[in-house]
Write a protein that binds this ligand. Structure first.
Ligand code: FAQ
Length: 339
């Protein structure tokens, strides 16, 4: 697999930093050359303002998705049908929190702060993935999220391991490994239900019927109305278009559904010999736009719960900050070594 080279060694100062030159054209040239050569752009390197803004937008949206995405599955932790399933689900939900942390840290290397990003999430100025505005009505939804939502997430995120921005690419390597486990546990859960009693099989089928189309929407609008794709692909932030990744996901999911003994809710889904891909039916983009506007089934519930969790966690942040300040005061600036 082609991977980006090691971090660049030239330390081009950022604009405004001591030693910065006014030679933006030279900086732009160095940036373009590095991107073309598959080198990684690092936080210390000069980068166009729009590149920085796009990364903050995408990484923040991704981080927000991870922490909001904890809610639909956490809904089932207390009702998991066995100790084994409960332990797996708790580990998965904790992983999502960890992914949020790696991603907020990656965004912070671009000159923003976690507080600022969370404030933008809570005030609706930044988005999170449309998928997490759907409810988890039955235990089978935990399986459908693992199989389809994490499956779609991996399909989208594996190419992000080759993103031109170093901190984002490196965060994605670990995230993808963990998402892979998430996808498998979902598949295994659905398989157990599908091969269980007729009621369990019906529950699995119902969950897949409800999560299939929203999972296809996760990849974003079709290419001809994706406003950021062309520029993001030129900068090698995105490596494939939304439609390419959506197609890849459909092609992977169809044989997996067959192995599960479940059907996908699309009468137009069929193999196209000529294209070498599955054709699939029209996506309801009106529904997608409504969810993005805040009118999905759970938008209000998700953001209310997130704001509440943030407020209730204030004392933890204050205690951690006080501890850090005390620690810095005792050892931080004196050169003293920690006992
Ligand atoms: N939901 O021009 P494009 C997970 C927005 S996986 C909401 O195509 P772009 C794992 C887009 O922001 C989910 N908004 O945009 C997990 C833009 O609006 P803006 C998270 C969407 O950036 C599993 C506008 O539409 N994964 O969390 C969506 O080039 C289970 C135009 O769109 C990532 O974030 C959507 N689905 O491509 C966790 C992956 N799609 O910002 C817990 C990284 C589009 O101008 C449990 N992100 N929009 O206001 C990406 O790859 C890209 O940002 C895309 C969108 C592909 C999502």
């Amino acid at each position: 697999m082609a991977t980006a080279a090691a971090p660049r060694t030239d330390r081009t100062p950022a604009d405004g930093a001591p030693g910065a030159t006014a030679d933006t054209a030279a900086h732009q040239h160095a940036f373009d050359t590095a991107v073309a050569a598959e080198e990684r752009i690092e936080p210390r390197d000069w980068m166009p303002d729009a590149y920085r803004a796009t990364l903050v937008r995408q990484i923040a949206q991704h981080a927000h998705s991870e922490i909001i995405g904890m809610q639909p599955e956490a809904n089932w932790i207390t009702r998991a049908p066995s100790l084994r399933r409960k332990a797996i689900l708790m580990a998965k939900v904790q992983d999502e929190a960890g992914h949020g942390l790696y991603l907020y840290s990656a965004a912070e290397t671009l000159g923003t702060s976690r507080e600022e990003l969370l404030d933008k999430l809570h005030s609706g100025r930044q988005k999170y993935s449309s998928i997490f505005n759907y409810p988890t009505l039955t235990w089978a939804d935990v399986g459908a999220i693992g199989w389809l939502v994490d499956g779609a997430a991996i399909t989208n995120q594996v190419p992000l391991c080759r993103c031109s921005y170093g901190p984002y690419a490196r965060a994605m390597v670990r995230i993808c490994k963990e998402e892979s486990f998430h996808q498998r546990q979902g598949y295994e859960l659905l398989l157990a239900l599908s091969q269980g009693t007729p009621e369990q099989h019906a529950m699995a089928q119902d969950a897949v019927d409800r999560w299939w189309w929203p999972s296809l929407m996760m990849f974003g609008p079709p290419d001809d109305s994706s406003q950021h794709s062309a520029q993001s692909m030129e900068w090698k932030i995105k490596r494939h278009s939304n439609d390419e990744l959506r197609q890849r996901f459909v092609d992977i999911a169809v044989p997996q559904a067959e192995s599960l003994g479940l059907t996908l809710p699309d009468p137009d889904l069929k193999w196209n010999e000529e294209r070498g891909h599955h054709d699939f039916g029209a996506i309801d983009w009106t529904e997608f736009k409504e969810v993005l506007k805040g009118n999905g089934p759970c938008n209000e519930q998700r953001i209310t719960q997130r704001r509440r969790a943030h407020d209730e966690g204030a004392w933890v942040r204050e205690a951690a900050a006080a501890h850090a300040a005390k620690h810095a005061g005792s050892t931080g600036w004196t050169g003293a070594t920690r006992a």
